[in-house]
Design a protein around this ligand. Structure first.
Ligand code: AHM
Ligand code: MG
Length: 332
């Protein structure tokens, strides 16, 4: 097999589609390098003294794990000095992070969830990093939080790294979805899947069933019908998977089909779902659509939502197009 590295892929993409200017390529390579460092720390576990809580809380009021904090620092440090960014924002920081004045500034803005699936960190289950790339307003070197509040359709790139049995990087720049596997010995990302397409047909769903009693009627109806199996309205048996790491659940769906749901529920009317729009739902929705799937908040396309807050939450239904359409239809 001829090995194509991430760098070669990015250079050739630019030549073919003119879609990855040099600054964006640098950005993606820097993020990928940071993910390599995070992967290394994750892989050390107890031996690297990286497990357990950091003893702090993030803006969402969630207890931060040591690896949440470490991954955030790795991404910040890696991306500060390259000259490709104007600012960054993260699940782990209340406010946006401007590039310090001692460094040159670029035209992009990077948003990330440095380590997603925090509840799985200490139990050696797959976790990941999710990122989204936006453009700063023309000529703006000191963007404000307001400048970040762009609909997901304006993302110029998005991706995730999944730290599982293998470390993989899944990337889109708006020309399909490609996956790279980390060659740990060589320290390089190797293209291993081209043009990933989510199978349209599926018999698998992913949702945290323990919240069933809190769901709104459309979600309850949809899942009830899946559970009814062959003799129910859907006429086939469905299987269920829930890893509790969005990256790992989405990665499975990209490969094998399925629908992922984190709906809003009745627990806290002020909180529409658990997942965050800017650094969880939007990048994943971009990837899923680029792979032929669909992503909605139950009412409309996630990528069309106009964000109002950096850390706002959103209900998420994504994956195989047909299933997302069914459950979205039940909301209308
Ligand atoms: P996190 O960003 O704090 O890790 O939370 C997001 C994660 C997702 O990866 C996952 O889909 C979900 O939370 C799991 O939630 P639950 O524990 O309610 O099943
Ligand atoms: Mg997260």
């Amino acid at each position: 097999m001829k090995r194509i590295s991430l760098t070669q892929y990015l250079v050739e993409e630019q030549r073919l589609h003119n879609s990855i200017p040099a600054e964006l390529r640098l950005l993606i390579e820097v993020v990928a390098r940071a993910c390599k460092t995070i992967s290394h720390a994750v892989g050390k576990g107890a031996l690297g003294d990286v497990l357990g809580t950091a003893g702090t809380e993030n803006i969402q009021g969630e207890v931060q794990k040591k690896l949440d904090v470490l991954s955030n620092e790795i991404l910040l440090e890696a991306n500060e000095w390259g000259g490709h960014l104007a600012a960054m924002a993260s699940e782990e920081m209340e406010h946006i992070h401007l590039i310090p004045n001692r460094y040159p500034k670029g035209e992009y803005m990077l948003v990330f969830d440095p380590l997603d699936g925090s509840s799985n960190i200490d139990v050696n289950v797959s976790i990941g990093t999710i990122f989204s790339v936006l453009k700063a307003p023309e000529g703006m070197h000191n963007p404000t939080e307001q400048d970040f509040l762009q609909p997901g359709a304006q993302q110029v790139a998005a991706g995730y790294a999944v730290y599982g049995p293998q470390t993989m990087l899944v990337l889109t720049t708006g020309n399909g979805v490609n996956a790279f596997t980390l060659d740990r010995e060589m320290g390089s990302w190797v293209l291993t899947q081209r043009n990933m397409m989510i199978p349209a047909e599926t018999k698998e769903f992913a949702i945290n069933m323990s919240n069933m009693r809190h769901w709104h009627p459309p979600v309850k109806r949809y899942v009830d019908e899946l559970l009814a199996g062959k003799t129910g309205p859907r006429g086939k048996d469905f299987n269920m998977r829930w890893i509790a790491s969005m990256v790992a659940d989405v990665h499975r769906i990209l490969n094998r089909g399925g629908i992922f749901m984190y709906p809003a529920d009745l627990r806290d009317p002020g909180q529409p779902g658990k997942l965050r729009l800017m650094y969880e739902a939007n990048p994943m929705a971009f990837i899923v659509e680029q792979a032929g799937g669909a992503a909605t908040d139950g009412k409309g396309r996630i990528l069309d939502i106009q964000p109002t807050k950096l850390h706002q939450r959103v209900p998420v239904f994504l994956g195989s197009r047909q299933e997302v359409e069914v459950v979205t239809g039940y909301h209308q």
